[in-house]
Design a protein around this ligand. Structure first.
Ligand code: NAD
Ligand code: MG
Length: 400
């Protein structure tokens, strides 16, 4: 391939689970992709190894001390990668003129500003960071449109739906003859655990997902099924689907990644081994197809596919997410912020597993008072909801 065909990429959140899988795909195709910038919060040692392997122009860290460490180590190694630090630098490497694609794989609301910057600059945005979309769905989709960006979903379910929809789908299910969007869910590690055991669940148990290896926050979200709740909201914004036509289907094998049900009775599914390199490679090469390093699906080994209805009593977070989507306004932003705070507190053993939905429900009751009509308002709503959540969490911590 000629050198001009190299596609330049910024990876936000390069040291995380999605970031590392992205670089694995890049390494398989040095003739197609070139890394422009890599970012991490404070994991400078992993970022150093990545910089030495991929020689990006920039490396961005969130933490100043980590940035100094990285700069020193890169100088010693004779590397020409320049180290930057802070939020503004993240926005710069996401919007830089030389960049064609941005992998948005920072976890949580921290990914909002740089992901928005990439959208406004008209990049091909590979969206893993579902929280940004939940927090500011309307603003984000408006930015994509105004900037002329191309939005490609990385979340495996949404990537599957994207693949099952017609080309040039214009966010109107009715116009495309879509009857339902069927989001599959593994059900996480506690799908069949005795209900009375859930109060005593530990962070280690919650992070031990049966099918996927992921970062800690999304692993807890999978255990509460808030991950699926966030994905319902994500599907709403990405595909213009109302809560009424989005259905969650528990499918413990995680082989079907999601489906679209059409008016003529056809159901189109995307299948594959549970390996995030498939949706990552799909989005990176789209509309072409490239090797992702994923082993072929062996249907004989899988032998059967099971489906169940989601249990809203066992997974109240899923119910709360549907309620937040239906309520609209600031409710999804509050849901997301309260969840991030509650999950962090659970991982630090300050609250129990069942406190997570209780904290979120208490915050959602107050969400009617908040506006989300501008980026500043969204950020203020997020901050307000975190204050409410922290107050709830400290009360529960005392009682523990
Ligand atoms: P992770 O925790 O493994 O990695 C997160 C990355 O973000 C790291 O590089 C970290 O350094 C960076 N980061 C964290 N906080 C930051 C901050 N405040 N400022 C700047 N950078 C920060 O997470 P992950 O599992 O890779 O998930 C990343 C995103 O992708 C999440 O939004 C998640 O919901 C989504 N996602 C992940 C998977 C998966 O299989 N892991 C699947 C679908 C969607
Ligand atoms: Mg997913």
């Amino acid at each position: 391939m000629a050198e001009s065909a190299l596609r330049r990429l910024t990876v936000l959140g390069a040291t995380g689970s999605i970031g590392r899988s992205t670089l694995d795909v890049v390494a398989r195709h040095p003739d197609r992709f070139e890394v422009f910038a890599l970012s991490a919060f404070r994991q400078h040692e992993i970022l150093l190894a990545q910089c030495l392997q991929f020689a990006p122009r920039y490396a961005v860290l969130g933490d100043a001390a980590a940035a100094e460490e990285l700069a020193r180590a890169l100088r010693t190694a004779g590397s020409r990668t320049e180290v930057l630090c802070g939020e503004a630098a993240l926005e710069e490497v996401a919007a830089a003129e030389q960049v064609e694609m941005v992998m948005a794989a920072i976890v949580g609301a921290a990914g909002l500003r740089p992901t928005l910057a990439a959208a406004r600059a008209g990049k091909k945005v590979l969206l893993a960071n579902k929280e940004a979309l939940v927090l500011s769905g309307q603003l984000f989709m408006d930015a994509v449109k105004a900037g002329g960006a191309t939005l490609l979903p990385i979340d495996s379910e949404h990537n599957a739906i994207f693949q099952a929809l017609p080309p040039n789908y214009a966010r109107s299910p009715a116009a495309a003859g879509v009857r339902r969007v069927l989001l599959t869910a593994s059900g996480g590690p506690f799908r069949t655990a005795p209900l009375e055991s859930l109060a005593e669940v530990t962070p280690e148990q919650a992070c031990a997902h049966p099918n996927w290896v992921m970062g800690r926050k999304i692993s807890v979200d999978s255990a509460t099924m808030m991950n699926k709740g966030l994905e319902v909201i994500e599907a709403h914004w990405l595909f213009g689907a109302s809560a009424d036509i989005i259905e969650v289907v528990v499918h413990p094998q995680s082989v079907i990644h999601s489906m679209v049900d059409y008016a003529d009775g056809s159901v189109i599914a995307q299948l594959g081994n549970p390996d995030m390199r498939t949706p990552i490679a799909h989005a990176m090469a789209w509309p072409a197809r490239i090797d992702a390093g994923v082993r072929p699906l062996d249907l004989f080994e899988i032998a059967r596919l099971d489906f169940e209805r989601p249990d809203f009593a066992r997974f109240p977070c899923l119910r709360l997410a549907f309620e937040a989507l239906r309520a609209g306004g600031a409710a999804p932003a509050v849901l997301n912020a309260a969840n991030e705070e509650a999950v962090a507190a659970f991982l630090e053993r300050r609250i129990g597993f069942l406190d997570i939905p209780a904290v979120i429900a208490a915050c959602l009751e107050r969400s009617g008072s908040l506006a989300v009509d501008s980026l500043d308002a969204v950020i203020a709503a997020d901050a307000r909801a975190r204050d409410w959540a922290r107050a709830e969490i400290s009360q529960r911590t005392v009682r523990r």
